[in-house]
Design a protein around this ligand. Structure first.
Ligand code: HT7
Ligand code: ZN
Length: 843
């Protein structure tokens, strides 16, 4: 397969004036009629009309009313055409046979679409590229009661509906939904006085679980008006929940389509984490209306233009709605677990890649999360006011256009007069920068000495120094802050920064709020870390100090067989019992670094991680924490019980998270008594899952797992949790056997992506099980990926990333992983998606 290169970008030969589509829906033979007005692009190469199309049966084609016979190739159609003309075409497709869930497909009797990135070409012939934007009018014909498409409904009658979207959009934002759906309605009046009808469309029975998504939507609409001055621009906005979906959700203009798990929530069936995710994904997709839809990407290399920015926007929204401190810690946790891991392995790529084989493989943590970090750094560097001026200019200047990263940076250069060319390296250089800091204090001046280095990554052997904003402060020996937060702009490979602190001893607090996505090395004694854990005014670094103490202690346990560090355990107690601190913050302080994090830390230090030893060390540490902190944990567990009905608000969720963190530890030493009682009495899914997980983790949950199953067997979203928690929490290396057994369960519908991920994907979250010494984890995953690939290449390819760290491990494990990867690579008819991924992972 041919690699697509950024350097080969050429403007389209033709532009589209407007699009009219008619769908005659039928599961086996849907007819799609298109009437598209094309106009030659003065900036194009003057070539023939080339339209993308895949798996389409061409019935007829005409130019200006005269039938034509185009040259039809497997992935495109070509024809000589005049400069300005009407293209009419009729094709036939079979949505029922579409298991890849791209294009028009069926999910439980309902028609739906997924066109990003290149699904529209599976619907009809079209220049399926984001820089071709046009208004669409869509007529849907079917006996089904609900017929939806983008924009506002302009006509409806017996067996049909017509929708018009006046805003120019690329084809990847096209959507159509048809089915027996229930509508949950609300409304929102914009700051511009527009009355918007809001609808959430779900399957019958789910209409009672839409309140939180609807509320999140209205809060998002308001927030975008206040934070970015962006109001909604149509009279209708819909969200549809779909059971079969490859990813989380999709921002189609005025018709967002969601994986049902990110819409539906009720106290009995959704956890606090589910509520938080629903809030942020609803916001994310809504925010795309301006950052993605009104202003889109010129080509798919610019994906971070919409995704990095929109993630940044949804992160700040969630922080505003909840707690910025807790949200930042969670973001960094996730960034390190997913993006740093990607950046450290064979799949490392720049935030703006320069080449791809299958674009679906570039919807990555790097594009999304590192892309968001870049926006955050930009705002730190120029300040919030200049940032807002820049975004205002961006929306003014580029509304209705398909843009590049250069366009984005230019507006900030224009409003600040700053040269951002060194900053732009963040988009171009892959790999996580390493920053090493040391310090000295001379006559009341704290001098920080920095060194930065960006590691080599595939295709990028050498790197230049980056512009890195490092937020610093310092805490005096008595616990008071002697240096409030300042920003150091690193630009050189080595650099010093002096600060008057008026004291001769202090502990520097560096990379506050995780001001840049770097790996920081800072030699620091356990006492100094404990001082920061106790007194840092920056919540992120307060948490980070505890984290570093935990890591050091765990590393010593793994490499030297040390006992759990008593000083670390002692340092936890004052934080745990400090009622001035947000309970959810305290819950995060109690969490240990994951096994995968420990494995990466060992690999970074050129040591080979032993998954069993890591898991055993974490188990021993948890038990030691439980014993050392038993009294305060038990006290908190009793005191934090919430009386009255469940509410998903941040304060209540914080209390539950600390209480359940306490439960998780106490279950190590109380024989499971509290967890069993909590499980039996739980009136909400957060407490129910927490109790069951704690029991399963300690090999005690068989009866409760059965009871959970019997209670929830008819609820697909809760059953996904049932599958996942058994695999993720399976002790020792038993996870692969547990997953294998669960694949034989009658409810294991492997063709449904959520269910597949709930078992096979979950194994990736059980480090010791996936990396079991006998290779059972690798084999099971390979077997199932080989089976899924012919049906659903996108989900298969995405899940190959479970193997991305395979070179970290010992020779035996490497051989077993390589064998599994080669078996996937050699599978007959392997998709382009999976083939690209496995080839890159094998290196
Ligand atoms: N922009 C969307 C990305 C996407 C996607 C979503 C669902 C299924 C397949 C998909 N391919 C790409 C989602 C987002 O980031 O908002
Ligand atoms: Zn997005």
């Amino acid at each position: 397969p041919r690699a697509i290169k950024l350097a080969d970008y050429r403007p389209p030969a033709y532009l589209v004036e407007d699009v009219k589509l008619t769908f005659r829906l039928d599961p086996k033979a849907t007819r799609v009629l298109s009437a598209i007005r094309f106009r030659r692009n003065p900036e194009g190469d003057g070539g023939p009309l080339r339209l993308d199309g895949e798996g389409l049966r061409l019935i007829r084609a005409a130019i200006d009313g005269a039938e034509v016979t185009p040259k039809v190739l497997p992935e495109e159609l070509e024809i000589e055409a005049p400069d300005d003309f009407l293209w009419e075409c009729e094709v036939e497709i079979a949505p029922e046979d579409n298991t890849a869930l791209e294009g028009l497909y069926m999910s439980k009797g309902m028609y739906c679409t997924q066109c990003e990135a290149q699904g529209f070409r599976k619907i009809t012939y079209y220049p399926d590229r984001p820089d071709v934007m046009a208004p669409f009018e869509v007529r849907v014909e079917s006996d089904l009661p609900v017929l939806l498409s983008n924009g506002d409904k302009v006509e409806t009658g017996e067996g049909y509906a017509v929708w018009r979207d006046p805003w120019k959009k690329p084809a990847y934002l096209f959507a159509l939904v048809a089915g027996e759906l229930i509508e949950v309605r609300d409304s929102f009046t914009t700051s511009e006085g527009r009355h918007v009808a809001l609808s959430i469309w779900v399957r019958k029975g789910d209409e009672t679980r839409c309140d939180y998504a609807m509320d999140s939507l209205k809060r998002s609409m308001k927030w975008d008006e206040e934070a970015y001055g962006r109001a909604y621009d149509l009279d209708q906005f819909s969200i549809v929940a779909v059971d079969d979906f490859n990813m989380g959700a999709m921002e189609n203009k005025a018709l967002n389509i969601f994986n049902a798990r990110y819409v539906l929530a009720s106290p009995e069936t959704a956890t606090d984490a589910d509520y938080a995710r629903i809030e942020s994904i609803v916001a994310h997709e809504y925010f795309h209306n301006w950052t993605g839809n009104r202003i889109t990407c010129r080509d798919w290399f610019q994906l971070c233009l919409k995704e990095g920015l929109t993630v940044f926007r949804d992160q700040i929204f969630s922080g505003d709605e909840r707690s910025h401190a807790v949200k930042r810690i969670e973001e960094v946790h996730q960034l390190r677990a997913r993006q740093f891991r990607e950046d450290a392995g064979p799949l490392a790529h720049p935030v703006r890649p320069t080449s791809y084989i299958e674009i679906n493989n570039f919807y990555t943590a790097t594009v999304y999360e590192k892309g968001a970090e870049i926006i955050g750094m930009l705002r730190t560097l120029i300040g919030p006011e200049a940032y807002r001026k820049g975004t205002d200019l961006y929306f003014d200047r580029h509304d209705g256009q398909a843009c590049t990263i250069e366009d984005w940076l230019q507006v900030f250069e224009d409003v600040t007069g700053r040269d951002l060319s060194q900053f732009a390296l963040w988009y171009h250089q892959a790999g996580t920068p390493r920053v090493t800091v040391s310090h000295r204090i001379e006559a009341g001046t704290l001098v920080l000495s920095f060194r930065q280095e960006v590691p080599a990554t595939p295709g990028q052997p050498t790197k230049q120094p980056m512009l890195i904003p490092i937020a610093v402060g310092a805490i005096g020996r008595d616990g008071t802050e002697v240096l409030p937060t300042q920003i150091v702009e690193l630009t050189e490979a080595e650099q010093e920064a002096p600060f008057e602190i008026g004291a001769d001893d202090a502990v520097p607090s560096v990379l506050r709020n995780f001001s840049a996505p770097v790996i920081l090395t800072q030699e620091m004694s356990a006492e100094d870390r404990a001082l920061l854990l106790a007194h840092d005014t920056d919540p992120f670094n307060k948490w980070e100090a505890g984290r570093q103490l935990a890591k050091t202690a765990l590393l010593r346990m793994v490499t030297d067989g040390a006992e759990p560090d008593a000083a670390y355990l002692d340092a936890l107690e004052p934080v745990l019992t400090d009622d001035r601190l947000d309970p959810s913050f305290r819950a995060l302080v109690l969490g240990l670094p994951s096994d995968d994090d420990m494995a990466q830390t060992l690999a970074d230090a050129n040591s080979t991680p032993d998954p069993e030893a890591i898991a055993a060390a974490r188990r021993r540490m948890s038990e030691a924490m439980a014993r050392r902190l038993e009294a305060p944990l038990a006290e908190l567990y009793d005191r934090l019980r919430i009386e009255g009905p469940y509410s998903p608000d941040a304060e209540s969720a914080g209390k539950r998270s600390l209480r359940n963190a306490a439960l998780s530890l106490l279950t190590k030493i109380d024989g499971g008594e509290r967890a069993r009682t909590q499980f039996a009495a739980a009136d909400n899914m957060t407490d129910e899952v927490a109790a069951l997980s704690a029991l399963v983790r300690n090999g005690r949950g068989d009866d409760e797992a059965q009871a959970f199953h019997d209670r929830w067997k008819d609820d697909r979203l809760v059953m996904d949790k049932w599958f996942t928690l058994q695999v993720v929490n399976a002790p020792g290396a038993s996870g692969a056997a547990v997953a294998d057994r669960l694949t034989q369960h009658e409810a294991f519908d492997w063709k449904n992506p959520n269910r597949f991920r709930s078992v096979i994907g979950a194994l990736g979250a059980n480090h010791a099980a996936f990396h079991a010494a006998d290779g059972s984890g690798y084999r099971l995953v390979a077997d199932w990926l080989i089976r899924l690939d012919p049906l659903n290449p996108q989900t298969t390819a995405r899940m190959t990333t479970m193997f991305e760290t395979w070179t970290r491990y010992d020779a035996d494990r490497r051989a077993l992983a390589q064998e599994a990867l080669e078996r996937i690579a050699g599978a007959e008819g392997l998709s382009r998606d999976t083939s690209e991924m496995v080839t890159r992972i094998l290196g």
